[in-house]
Design a protein around this ligand. Structure first.
Ligand code: ADP
Length: 330
């Protein structure tokens, strides 16, 4: 381990996700283990610009592994998108003798981290924290597993009422650009149809499927829709469209919304966060920079930040899951 890094700062940025606290805890405890000082930054990059810091130690993160959200708070910072903002942030870190930075966030946060490194030659390491799982170079992001469990639990409850009343439900789950949550909770929740941004499903096709299902004797239906699906209609418009054609269907809409971001992290997310936190600190101490810690084939991996941001592997969605969902809705 290099002796150059004596103090590390950690922040959470962008959309919050369950497991962020567990990741902060792992970063803090790993620093304590290696006798490296650790500074917490409140409110992401904005806190770095405004010098909103807190000295942390192994005990400051007690009782956090099981908590949703992030005790360091997250924020979006317009100022950090400017050169002056990033310079101010750099000066503040230097003032507090910080030698390296761990950023827990999504691709926007990683873009900021990379610029920060390029402009100030400051070591940075990313940990992917987003429920959407839309980051390249890692099979899972922090919070995704918890969000899946939260959403599938909600779908189960809706199914109870849907089948009691022979109703059709359009359930909107999160995922503006990625259909991971929709596809997996759709399969796990036994949905009849799943609409995701990666697939173009014309509304006519959806209607036809529903009509066929009706003819086959399906009495209730769950249709899971990702926020960013390509039908061109949101869940309320979809409901109206189907209702106009079939006034006899009893259709309801449920938007799961921000509940998917909250809650105690699943065991998987806690373990993943802990592994990623340890790897992030050890990699910085090894002299590495500009990487994101990822998980691939159940092993910790270092992925260049640039690759994590830009992708390059094409669509991360497993097409076979789409096929499987289709088979299940026979
Ligand atoms: P996420 O990290 O979840 O993708 P955002 O896209 O909102 O969330 O990014 C979080 C923060 O990262 C932004 O508020 C901004 O401070 C910083 N950031 C995002 N994009 C850039 C950029 N192009 N240049 C500098 N900073 C950026």
């Amino acid at each position: 381990m290099s002796g150059k890094i004596k103090k590390i700062a950690v922040l959470t940025s962008g959309g919050d996700a369950p497991g962020m606290n567990a990741a902060i805890r792992a970063v803090v405890r790993t620093c304590a283990y290696y006798k490296v000082e650790i500074l917490g930054v409140y409110r992401g990059y904005q806190g770095m610009i405004e010098e909103d810091f807190v000295e942390l130690n192994a005990r400051s993160v007690r009782d956090t592994i099981n908590k949703g959200g992030t005790f360091l708070k997250s924020a979006r910072s317009k100022d950090f998108k400017t050169k002056e903002g990033r310079k101010k942030a750099y000066e503040n870190l230097k003032k507090h003798n910080v030698d390296a930075l761990v950023v827990i966030g999504g691709d926007g946060s990683f873009t900021g981290a990379l610029l920060f490194n390029q402009e100030h030659n400051f070591p940075v390491m990313g940990i992917p924290g987003t429920i959407d799982n839309d980051i390249y170079g890692t099979t899972y992001t922090l919070g995704y597993d918890t969000a899946l469990n939260t959403a599938v639990e909600a779908i189960d409850k809706i199914r109870d009422t849907a089948s009691s009343h022979n109703r059709m439900f359009f359930i909107e789950v999160m995922g503006r650009d990625a259909g991971f949550i929709a596809l997996n909770t759709g399969i796990g929740g036994g949905a009849e149809r799943i609409l995701i941004p990666e697939e173009n499903t014309p509304v006519e096709e959806l209607l036809q499927d529903l009509e066929e299902g009706h003819a086959k004797g399906k009495t209730s239906n769950i249709i899971v829709v990702a926020e960013g699906d390509k039908s061109g209609k949101n869940v309320f418009q979809l409901k109206e469209y189907v209702e106009q054609k079939h006034p006899e269907y009893d259709i309801r809409v449920s938007v799961l919304g921000h509940m998917q971001r909250g809650g105690a992290p699943s065991c998987y997310d806690r373990v993943l966060a802990t592994r990623m936190g340890v790897k992030a600190v050890e990699s910085l101490l090894d002299g590495k920079s500009n990487y994101m810690v990822g998980i691939n084939n159940d092993r910790m991996d270092l992925v260049p930040l640039e690759k994590a941001i830009k992708g390059g592997e094409g669509d991360k969605i497993d097409k076979d899951l789409i096929r499987i969902a289709e088979i299940m809705s026979v």
